[in-house]
Design a protein around this ligand. Structure first.
Ligand SMILES: Cc1cc2nc3c(=O)[nH]c(=O)nc-3n(C[C@H](O)[C@H](O)[C@H](O)COP(=O)(O)OP(=O)(O)OC[C@H]3O[C@@H](n4cnc5c(N)ncnc54)[C@H](O)[C@@H]3O)c2cc1C
Length: 464
């Protein structure tokens, strides 16, 4: 690895792969870094080692990734797998961990294409062994061919939950039930956006196909459930929920939950980029334009890391950012940029027509986010409960940073990834504030765990 590149891209999902291939094909000196050991990101995870039988089960969307990965491999872009970025600034300098050693590199331009993470939503019992995110279940399947024992329960809402159910059924897994937490009124809120959504009707067709397949397999989808709880002594024994006025339960050893995905904003926040709170996506996202330009001239963003748009939009956004970078590096004229980017701009706009509909259909009810019972653990690293957080807010600490300082919530190994949003939402609810870009814990580098030994490896001459 060199110490400087014209363009460094962080993340090898659809956005990063498309950008790296295009920029390298136009002669730019590109490095693509990713903490995974293969290119593909979340959707195309493990693409190069996936047995054909599993590719078949994962479906057509997964298969599409092969083309992207092959084009990237055929390009002159330099690829650095198992390389995690732990700091980034607006001068284009970044800290990495590569093969266990820390190092600093820099670039004229940096494209953040680090994707999304599952939205962490605490609920009673979510820390019990046997309870995992649906995305983690899918990662186990993509990466290692592992599926849960028969009798798994899926709960939450969002397209990924349906996709996973569909994939599990094709893999022969018996699903006891899907507990849908989306309020029934969501459909009414989504309907006015249906005509626009029909312009990207393949998503609706696909969603209906998943639902039909799930029904044909005899899996009950229990809609409009609330007060989800995972219960058990040492590990999960049953899932309990409210349907109407009745509390019901299902015995199971495995519960997979999903409450949508949110942008990974740790690097963009650590770099000091401007962000805003997106009320429809219910998350923080970096401020950026159609070309991926952010509040810094050096840093660009594309894909789900800049706001949730899905894999196809990520691919177009990656290419648009690459066109803009090539233009700024004087490798394309404005006219060439506009001409070459025409179809990506058009496809991306069309693809995004589905979003307002989906955002309303899968909008999470506020009660799920901020009305957790007092004994629910919110910060799972430091085991801080909603009650402890509320006590501190009641005594006048009405910002999540203050709550963090007093209770240690957000100071554990995950550095607040799992509780930052939940704490901000509880604070906003209890102190009657509107949640904003300022509500979450402050983020400072290192944004990924870094041992003192690794940090010391930055200064080999001083190690004696
Ligand atoms: C767990 C999970 C599973 C998903 N599965 C599907 C699916 O099956 N189908 C679907 O349509 N959508 C899926 N999605 C949504 C999906 O991620 C996107 O729509 C699409 O993959 C976004 O592409 P992207 O290029 O923006 O980011 P991603 O595909 O997420 O790629 C981002 C890449 O950045 C890397 N990265 C992140 N931070 C760092 C860092 N600090 N240093 C180095 N590398 C870093 C990650 O390892 C990842 O490879 C999933 C999302 C999640 C969270």
């Amino acid at each position: 690895m060199k110490s400087h590149y014209s363009l460094v891209i962080i993340g090898s999902g659809p956005a990063g792969l498309a950008a790296a291939t295009l920029a390298a094909d136009h002669g730019l000196d590109v490095a693509l870094l990713d903490e995974q050991n293969q290119p593909g990101g979340q959707i195309f995870r493990n693409m190069e080692s996936m047995p054909a039988s599993r590719v078949e089960i994962l479906g057509g969307d997964y298969q599409r990734g092969q083309e992207l990965v092959e084009a990237f491999r055929a390009s002159d872009a330099h690829y650095f797998p198992e390389t995690r970025v732990w700091s980034l600034n607006t001068q284009g300098e970044m800290g990495l961990i590569e093969q266990g050693m820390a190092r600093m590199i820099s670039a004229d331009k940096v494209l953040i294409a680090n994707g999304a993470m599952e939205r962490p939503v605490p609920f009673p019992g979510w820390t019990l062994p046997g309870v995992m995110y649906a995305g983690a279940g899918q990662i186990l399947f993509k990466q290692a061919g592992l599926v849960p024992m028969d009798g798994v329960v899926l709960a939450g809402s969002g397209p990924l939950l349906l996709l996973l159910a569909w994939q599990y059924i094709r893999a022969g897994v018996t699903i006891q039930a899907i507990l849908d937490t989306a309020p029934l009124t969501n459909l009414l809120r989504a309907l006015p956006h249906l005509p626009r959504a029909l312009m990207a009707h393949h998503y609706i067709t696909k969603g209906l196909e998943y639902q039909n397949e799930i029904k044909r397999a005899g899996v009950p989808i229990i809609k409009g459930i609330s007060s989800l709880e995972a219960q058990g002594e040492m590990s999960l024994e049953r899932v309990s929920y409210r349907k109407g006025l009745q509390r019901q339960q299902i015995e199971t050893q495995c519960l997979l939950t999903h409450f949508g995905v949110i942008p990974h904003v740790y690097l963009s926040r650590a770099a000091g980029l401007k962000h805003h709170w997106d009320h429809h996506q219910q998350c923080l996202r970096p401020v950026s334009d159609e070309w991926g330009e952010t509040s810094s001239r050096t840093l660009f963003i594309a894909g789900d890391g800049g706001g949730i748009g899905g894999a196809r939009s990520a691919e177009h956004a990656g290419r648009l950012a690459a066109f803009q970078i090539l233009y700024q590096q004087e490798m394309l004229t404005k006219q060439q940029r506009n001409q070459l980017a025409k179809s990506d701009r058009q496809w991306m706009r069309e693809d995004l027509h589905i979003r307002p509909f989906l955002e309303r259909l899968f909008h999470l009810p506020p009660a799920l986010l901020n009305r957790l019972p007092d004994n629910t653990i919110v910060c799972r690293c430091e085991e801080i409960t909603a009650g402890e957080i509320r006590r501190e807010i009641a005594s006048g600490h009405d910002h999540s940073n203050q709550v963090k300082f007093i209770t240690r919530s957000g100071m554990g190994a995950c550095q607040g990834r799992q509780c930052s949003q939940a704490v901000a939402q509880i604070v906003a609810d209890q102190s009657n504030q509107v949640i904003s870009s300022q509500s979450l814990y402050r983020v400072r580098p290192p944004v990924a765990s870094l041992s003192l030994g690794q940090l010391a490896s930055l200064f080999p001459e001083e190690q004696e």
